[in-house]
Design a protein around this ligand. Structure first.
Ligand SMILES: Cc1cc2nc3c(=O)[nH]c(=O)nc-3n(C[C@H](O)[C@H](O)[C@H](O)COP(=O)(O)O)c2cc1C
Length: 303
C-alpha cells in the first residue's frame, strides 16, 4: 500500500489533495456527491468579516480550457460561518482550511481574531490576492512590502498556522514568496487566478460585467507549474500548488515541481468527484513507479 500522507510540519494530511477555495462552497454542498473525509482537506470560500453579495452578473465565462470568474468574493461572513456552517463541518474527519479575506490589514486581523475563538480549523489560508483599498487597485500579494506587512500582522495574533495564498499577477513571484516566508508564514499556496478578459463578438460586450476576471483551469497549468517551481526553489516552508489540476498526473507534476500538497479548483465544477479520482490516480502512479511514500516525489523534477 502506498503511503499517501504528507507532513506539512504544522499538520499531517492523509493525502496531498485539497479542494481549492471558491470552487467547493463551504464543503457541505459537496457532501451529497462525495465522501468528504477521503480528502486531504478543503478550503472554504473566502470569508470577509461581514456577508458580501459579490459582483453583479455575468460573472463567469467559459474560455478555451478554462474559465474566467469575477464572483467578487461573495460570502456569508464570519459570524454566519461560525454559527451555521462550522458546527456541521466538524462531523467530517478531514482538515478544514479557512480562506481569510480583508479589504485592508485591519479587516484581515479582525477576521482572524474572530476565527481564533473557534475550534475545528486546521489553518488559515490568507487570501492576499484579492483587491485591496490600501494600494490603489492592487492586492497585497502584488507588492513584497504589503505582503510582509499583512502576513506579519496576522501571524502576531493567529492561533492557527497561516498559509499565504499568492497571486500570479506579478513580475517576480520569488520576491513575494520570500516576503511571506520572512514575515513568518507557515506555508504558501499558489496560484490564484490570472487577470483576464473576454469579449462576446456578437454583442461586442465584455463577457464579464466587471470587465476583468480571473482565469483558471487547465489553460493556466504550465504557468502555475513554473511559478510553483520558482517559489519552491527559494523558500524553506511547504508550498501548496494549484492551477488547472484535473488529473492525478497533473497533481504529480506540481509535486515534482516542489509542491508538498496540491489544490484542485475548477475541475470540481466539471465533476464534483474530481478530487477523489485525482487521489486514486496519484496512488496508481505511485504503484506503477514503485514509490512507497508519495512524499518521495516532492521537488524531484530532473533538470
Ligand atoms: C469561481 C471561483 C471562485 C474562487 N474564489 C476564491 C476565493 O474565494 N478565494 C481564493 O483564495 N481563491 C478563489 N479562487 C481561486 C481558486 O482557489 C484557485 O486558486 C484557482 O482557481 C486556480 O486553480 P484551478 O485552475 O484548479 O481552478 C476561485 C476560483 C474560481 C474559479
Amino acid at each position: 500500500m502506498t503511503d499517501l500522507s504528507v507532513d506539512l510540519g504544522f499538520i499531517k494530511l492523509k493525502n496531498p489533495v485539497i479542494a481549492a477555495s471558491g470552487t467547493f462552497g463551504y464543503g457541505l454542498e459537496f457532501a451529497p456527491f462525495m465522501d468528504l473525509k477521503k480528502l486531504g482537506g478543503f478550503v472554504v470560500k473566502g470569508l470577509y468579516f461581514s456577508p458580501r453579495e459579490g459582483n453583479p452578473p455575468p460573472r463567469i465565462a467559459e474560455t478555451p480550457s478554462g474559465m474566467i470568474n469575477a464572483i467578487g468574493l461573495q460570502g456569508v461572513g464570519v459570524k454566519n460561518f461560525a454559527d451555521e456552517i462550522l458546527p456541521e463541518l466538524k462531523k467530517y474527519d478531514t482538515s478544514v482550511f479557512i480562506n481569510v479575506c480583508g479589504e485592508d490589514e485591519e479587516e484581515y486581523a479582525r477576521v482572524v481574531d474572530f476565527l481564533n475563538g473557534l475550534e475545528g480549523i486546521a489553518a488559515y489560508e490568507l487570501n492576499i490576492s484579492c483587491p485591496n483599498v490600501k494600494k490603489e487597485g492592487k492586492c497585497p500579494a502584488q507588492d513584497p512590502e504589503a505582503t510582509y506587512s499583512v502576513v506579519k500582522r496576522v501571524k502576531e495574533i493567529s492561533r492557527c498556522p497561516v498559509i499565504t495564498k499568492l497571486s500570479p499577477n506579478v513580475t517576480d513571484i520569488v520576491e513575494i514568496a520570500q516576503s511571506a516566508e520572512e514575515a513568518g508564514s507557515d506555508a504558501i499556496s499558489l496560484v490564484n487566478t490570472f487577470l483576464a478578459m473576454a469579449i462576446d463578438i456578437e454583442t461586442q460586450k465584455t463577457k464579464i460585467a466587471n470587465v476583468f476576471g480571473g482565469l483558471s483551469g487547465p489553460a493556466i497549468k504550465p504557468l502555475a507549474v513554473r511559478m510553483v517551481f520558482q517559489a519552491a526553489s527559494v523558500v524553506n516552508i511547504p508550498v501548496l500548488g494549484m492551477g488547472g489540476i484535473a488529473t492525478g498526473g497533473d497533481a504529480v507534476e506540481f509535486m515534482l515541481a516542489g509542491a508538498s500538497a496540491v489544490q484542485v479548483g475548477t475541475a470540481n465544477f466539471i465533476d464534483p468527484d474530481a478530487t477523489i479520482q485525482i487521489i486514486r490516480e496519484i496512488e496508481t502512479y505511485c504503484k506503477n513507479q514503485n514509490i512507497d511514500r508519495v512524499e518521495e516525489i516532492i521537488g524531484k523534477v530532473q533538470i
